[in-house]
Structure formats: structure tokens, C-alpha cells
Design a protein around this ligand. Structure first.
Ligand SMILES: [Zn+2]
Length: 400
């Protein structure tokens, strides 16, 4: 197989040369903040592919293809390869295996933080996620990294029905240390927190095991800042009252003082009734990709999903390229319509990359995609960056 060096842009995105990009940037004349917060990024999607390859080779992981180019083709998520959330998530199983164990988790987190700091503001990246443009529009200085420690115990394919090869306490301890060490290394120029993701695809017992560990470690460190629910909505949309009650118990077990966000409504597997119940029961202050609530309004004039977001002041975490790749959003013009709808109802939103390394993007690149296609105005983008600062689960004061 050959590497696709320049995958076609998602529907509606103009493909530009660097001089065209410069000209458009000059035209827009945006006063970018120097430092920004990115709050919806998965560890599995945050290690540049060439680094992931190095880790896989070093650890002797099997099933990584017949060479580097083949590996990139297997792992990179690009247009034409992914058709929905389920196929988007398939690649995570492999990555979670590569990232399993205390040593790989530590290495992955250190790399992920460096990636955010160094390349998050760059408008171009190399094919393996290498930094591509020397000057960034801004730097990511506050960073929330989400992942599932249980899926880093070396038994990801068993979906929690096996305790795994590695000890979860060691995995978490390693992750906490990695953040503390990098923050010291950067002399406070980047602030990082972990969000632990429960899995829609995990059993209740497995999620409870992670919840108990979250509570235990939350008492020992301030680097665990929140909890999330992620994974296949098709497997467990939480439409069954019993499943939703189980997830409520899991969230409670994780303990007080943690920020709460939930991936909900990214696919049609979650209808607006389930969307509302999930928000009522799990009580998040932020939600990931709540597209179901917006579609209910558009298609059925049902504004209950939108209203609950408004009434509770819930912030929407939007991830542009990821939503286009999974088909959650059809194209960039439709993205623009989503933003107008949220603005009309006074609902706040943020932009993040979700899986920058798998998608081969940076936050800056995705924001420019919105701006250049006129799906978002400069005001909408700048406001979203401000909202991200404010809605972050990290302690309020950014480092000096
Ligand atoms: Zn996500």
C-alpha cells in the first residue's frame, strides 16, 4: 500500500497552497490569543503516528502491518476510510494495546503533551504528525487529556472481562507522574489534567473497577480533573433505564469534586429522549458532540434537547474534523448551521481536535478550515477559545 500524503479535504473545505493560506490569514486579520486551552483530546489520538510506531516496535507489539508506511495506512483516519463512529473507533483498539502498561502510558502522555505544546498552533503538519510550520498561530498552554486506564492494562479486546496484563494502579500512577514531570520540565508553561473515560463498551463491573480507582487516585493527586463517557453509542446508547442507572452509579462511585463531561448524541443511535435522560441522570457540565439535540430541532422541531443544554448552561465540545470523518456532520456548511443554531439559543461551545494525530490535524488547522470555508466567523472562533478557557476542569489560574 502507498501512503496517501495529501488526503482530500472534507466536503466543503478548500485545498490551499501555503501562499493562499497566508493571503487568507492576512485578509481575516484575526488577533489570536497567545495561549489557548484544548479540552477534548483523547490520548489514543494524540501521539503522532511516527512516535506510536516507535513505541510499537520497541515493545514488540504484533499486528502493526508490514512496515512503517503500512502502519500509517492502518492507523491514520482519513476520508474514505471511516464511515461512522464505529469504524472511527476500531483503530483505537490497536492504539490502546500499543499504549498499554505503565511504561507506554508514561511515554505516550509525555509525547502527547509535547505535541499539544509544540504543534497544536501550527497550521501544517507532516504526514506522520511531525511539526510542519515553524510559526504557530497560538500555543496550547492548558490541556485536558482524556483516556481509559482500564484499556491500557493490555486486555482491550476483552472489553473489561479480564483484569489485563498490567496493574491499573501502576498505569494511573505512571500517568500522574508523567504530567507532574512534564509540567516541571516546562516550568509551568503548560498545565495538564487527566479526564478518565468510562466505556460504553465495557461491562458495569469493569466501569465500577475504574470508578473505584478514580476515587482512590483523585484523593492522592490533583492531576485527575474529570470523568467522561466514551465509546460506541451503537453498543450502549443508554436508552435502557437499567443501563443508564448503572452508569449513574459508576459516575457517583468516581467521587465528588470531578468535572463531568459525556460523549452523547454523536450518532443516530441516541435519540433526543435518551439524550435528555443521559444529561439529567449523569449531570455533565459539558457534553461532547451533542448533534442529536440539534438534529431533533431541525428535523422534528423538537427543541427539548437544545433547551436542556441552555437551561443547565452546558457547554458543547465540538470537534470539527472528527465530526466530518464520522459523518456526524455532513459537511462544513452544515457545521456552520450548527454554530448558528447554538448561537441563536445562547448555548456556548468550544472547538477541539478529538484525535489530532490520527486525523493528521492541529487545532489551528481545524479552526482555519472553519474560517476559510466561512462555516464560522472570526468572532465565533475567538469566543469559543474564551469559552474553553472558562469551561476547563483545570484549576482557574493559568500558569505564569
Ligand atoms: Zn471524543
Amino acid at each position: 500500500m502507498t501512503v496517501v500524503k495529501n488526503p482530500p479535504p472534507p466536503d466543503g473545505a478548500p485545498q490551499l497552497t501555503s501562499s493562499e493560506t497566508d493571503a487568507l490569514l492576512e485578509q481575516l486579520n484575526i488577533k489570536w490569543p497567545r495561549h489557548v486551552t484544548e479540552l477534548h483530546v483523547h490520548l489514543g489520538g494524540s501521539v503522532p503516528l511516527y512516535r506510536l510506531w516507535e513505541i510499537a516496535v520497541d515493545r514488540g507489539i504484533r499486528g502493526i502491518g508490514s512496515g512503517y508506511e503500512d502502519f500509517i495506512n492502518i492507523i491514520k483516519i482519513q476520508d474514505g476510510k471511516v464511515k461512522d463512529l464505529d469504524s472511527y473507533l476500531e483503530v483505537y483498539d490497536k492504539i490502546e494495546l500499543i499504549q498499554s502498561g505503565p511504561a507506554s502510558v508514561r511515554e505516550s502522555i509525555i509525547i502527547a503533551i509535547h505535541r499539544a505544546y509544540r504543534t497544536g498552533g501550527m497550521i501544517k503538519l507532516g504526514p506522520g504528525g511531525e511539526g510542519g510550520s515553524p510559526e504557530g498561530l497560538f500555543a496550547i498552554r492548558r490541556f485536558e487529556l482524556r483516556w481509559n486506564p482500564l484499556k491500557r492494562t493490555g486486555a482491550v479486546f476483552l472489553k473489561g472481562s479480564h483484569a489485563g496484563l498490567y496493574d491499573m494502579d501502576r498505569v494511573i500512577k505512571s500517568a500522574v507522574n508523567a504530567v507532574e514531570e512534564v509540567e516541571i520540565g516546562f516550568h509551568g508553561q503548560i498545565q495538564v489534567g487527566h479526564i478518565f473515560c468510562f466505556g460504553r463498551d465495557l461491562t458495569f463491573e469493569a466501569n465500577m473497577a475504574l470508578a473505584r480507582k478514580t476515587r482512590l487516585w483523585r484523593e492522592k493527586t490533583n492531576k485527575i480533573i474529570g470523568i467522561d463517557l466514551a465509546g460506541h453509542e451503537s453498543v450502549n446508547p443508554l436508552s435502557s433505564p437499567r443501563k443508564l442507572e448503572e452508569m449513574r452509579i459508576v459516575f457517583e462511585e468516581a467521587g465528588p469534586g470531578l468535572g463531568r463531561t459525556v460523549h452523547v448524541g454523536e450518532t443516530t443511535h441516541v435519540d433526543v429522549e435518551t439524550f435528555i435522560k443521559t444529561v439529567e441522570v449523569l449531570k455533565p457540565t459539558r457534553v461532547g458532540h451533542p448533534i442529536a439535540a440539534i438534529r431533533a430541532l431541525w428535523d422534528k422541531k423538537d427543541d427539548r434537547g437544545i433547551k436542556i443544554l441552555k437551561e443547565r448552561g452546558i457547554v458543547c465540545e465540538l470537534c470539527v474534523k472528527s465530526n466530518l470523518l464520522t459523518g456526524a456532520v455532513k459537511d462544513l456548511p452544515e457545521y456552520g448551521r450548527i454554530l448558528s443554531t447554538l448561537d441563536n439559543y445562547g448555548i456556548e461551545y468550544t472547538f477541539s481536535t478529538d484525535a489530532p494525530s490520527l486525523q493528521g490535524t492541529s487545532l489551528a488547522e481545524e479552526l482555519l478550515m472553519l474560517l476559510f470555508s466561512k462555516a464560522a466567523t472570526p468572532d465565533q472562533v475567538l469566543k469559543a477559545l474564551e469559552v474553553a478557557d472558562r469551561a476547563s476542569f483545570l484549576p482557574p489560574h493559568a500558569p505564569a
